[in-house]
Design a protein around this ligand. Structure first.
Ligand SMILES: Nc1ncnc2c1ncn2[C@@H]1O[C@H](COP(=O)(O)OP(=O)(O)OP(=O)(O)O)[C@@H](O)[C@H]1O
Length: 265
């Protein structure tokens, strides 16, 4: 579905990312992890065509550089946090903006019945329908993050790129977002590429993980292969396994309940 071959990209003539090759299939969730500054956001920007790259990025074997921007945007959407927040749009209007590429009349004056129905469907999918008439500058950070997700979904992309999508969300909304994305990709045969800092959420979402270190691939493959204490400790330069197990011990200490491993979906 999406392939990267020897992709390098960066800023002001300097390559932050070096020789990244990936293959993302239909229905796949790929998580990009790695320490601060290793190039995760830069990779998202390169895939989205927001910064120039060398090497090849192809969607279904077609080089994105040979496609029109609108054509790329119909296939791939970035959950962007850059918004019209300074304008007084409602939640509904903001999500309707995601329909832009599908509208014949791009002045937004006359959205079609399908545009309106699809916008409502996306609002319901992220549980925002009851807030549809609220001004977005009156929302909380977590509500706003769900508005951005709904706007991204309204674009009807085949691939969603997300950069730290859970950073404003409480635990319940984090878990729900991860479940939502998993179902979205599996049911529709679409793909999710997400930058996540939280290794627990990464393990919940990812089929495959790309671990970056200083702009290069430190590990790439099945989540069960990449999540290795030796590798993570080296790349993050800390005792990641110790940190994770200490959290569980603390849970036992505070709740007084012995930790039991539960089967997760
Ligand atoms: N617009 C820019 N101009 C110049 N250098 C940049 C720019 N954006 C990022 N960089 C540099 O590129 C490198 C990678 O940054 P990037 O934002 O991709 O890292 P990241 O892995 O997403 O980090 P974090 O986990 O902190 O969000 C960093 O050294 C950063 O300083």
């Amino acid at each position: 579905m999406l392939t990267l071959k020897n992709v390098s990209a960066g800023y002001n003539g300097y390559d932050v990312l070096k020789n990244i090759s990936l293959n993302i299939s239909e229905g796949e969730n790929l998580c990009i992890i790695g320490p601060n500054g290793c190039g995760k956001t830069t990779l998202i920007k390169a895939i989205a065509g927001l910064i120039p790259h060398t090497g090849n990025i192809k969607i279904n074997d077609v080089n994105i550089l040979s496609m029109k921007r609108a054509e790329v945007a119909k296939k791939m959407a970035v959950m962007s946090q850059i918004s019209s927040i300074y304008f007084s749009y409602t939640v509904y209007e903001t999500v309707l903006l995601g329909r832009y590429l599908h509208m014949k009349d791009r002045s937004f004056k006359q959205p079609s019945v399908k545009d309106k129905e699809y916008t409502e469907k996306c609002l319901k999918a992220v549980d925002l329908y009851s807030l549809k008439d609220k001004q977005i500058n009156t929302l909380s950070g977590g509500q706003l993050q769900r508005v951005y997700l709904a706007r991204t979904l309204a674009q009807e992309p085949k691939i969603i790129l997300l950069d730290e999508p859970t950073n404003h969300l409480d635990l319940k909304n984090q878990a729900e977002l991860i479940d939502f994305l998993k179902n979205w990709s599996k049911e529709k045969g679409h793909a999710v590429i997400g930058v996540l800092h939280d290794l627990n959420l990464t393990m919940k979402l990812a089929d495959n993980i790309l671990l970056l270190d200083k702009g290069e691939i430190a590990a790439y493959g099945k989540a069960t292969d990449v999540i290795s204490s030796k590798l993570l400790n080296k790349v993050y330069d800390m005792d990641v396994a110790g940190y994770m197990t200490d959290s569980l011990k603390q849970w036992e200490y505070y709740t007084g309940e012995p930790f039991k491993l539960r089967k997760v979906n």
